[in-house]
Design a protein around this ligand. Structure first.
Ligand code: SAH
Length: 212
């Protein structure tokens, strides 16, 4: 289903500057309509963010593609995602042959993402909890991708990046953030590239925004 729409979305992403073939292949494969609520399905392949309940959103495809391209994960690498949400970003990484670990703080969203992963037979390790603390048990990670915006880079996450690994994380105020692409050169030494003007839902947790 939606074969044609998916092809069109891949063309849209290319026209907006996404070049990595492995990223584009993943977008051609993963059925985004399975990750959005029924009433939104007709918009599943439009390049926009859509509501998924609990005041959260499935990120805009271009944003997912941009962050994934920045992370540039290789098959069999271990990637930690903070903010499972719908599960779509995790499924994109899974389609690239990555070992995905993902954390979501909303129990209902966690549960529905796990249900979709099970139905699709995707081997993704998903946990309910505060992702700003990371997932120490499986650290270090070749890559960490944070899909919600925080006031600063959580120290726990910084520690859980492998040397030679990367983290992609939006940092800023609640309305607008700069995407930081952080490469870990050695313990305590990081290279940071900043890309302005992204808008994510807030990262809420011990090392994020405080819950109201
Ligand atoms: N990657 C998701 C995007 C969801 S929006 C997708 O592809 O659909 C970001 C998600 O981050 C929301 O579901 C929100 O509840 C979650 N979130 C916010 N703060 C978090 C935290 N500290 N730990 C884990 N998840 C968090």
């Amino acid at each position: 289903m939606y074969e044609r729409e998916r092809k069109d979305l891949v063309e849209t992403l290319k026209s907006k500057g996404i070049k990595n073939e492995r990223v584009l292949d993943a977008f051609a494969k993963v059925q985004r309509h399975l990750f959005v609520p029924d009433i939104m399905k007709q918009h599943a392949y439009t390049d926009v963010a859509l509501p998924i309940g609990m005041g959260q959103t499935i990120s805009q495809p271009y944003t997912v593609a941009y962050m994934t391209e920045a992370l540039d994960p290789r098959p069999n690498q271990k990637i930690l995602e903070i903010g499972t949400g719908s599960g779509y970003q995790a499924a994109i990484l899974n389609a690239m042959g990555v070992r995905v670990f993902t954390i979501e703080r909303h129990h209902d969203l966690h549960k529905s993402a796990v249900k979709i992963f099970d139905e699709m037979n995707l081997k993704i390790a998903a946990r309910w909890g505060d992702g700003t603390l990371g997932w120490q048990e499986f650290a270090p990670y070749d890559g960490i991708i944070v899909t919600a915006g925080g006031p600063s880079v959580p120290e726990n996450l910084r520690k859980q990046i492998a040397v030679g690994g990367k983290m992609v994380i939006p940092v800023g105020d609640k309305k607008i953030q700069t995407l930081q692409i952080i490469s870990k050169i050695s313990d305590g030494q990081f290279n940071i590239k900043e890309v302005p003007y992204f808008a994510f839902v807030p990262l809420i947790g011990k090392e994020g925004w405080k819950e109201k």
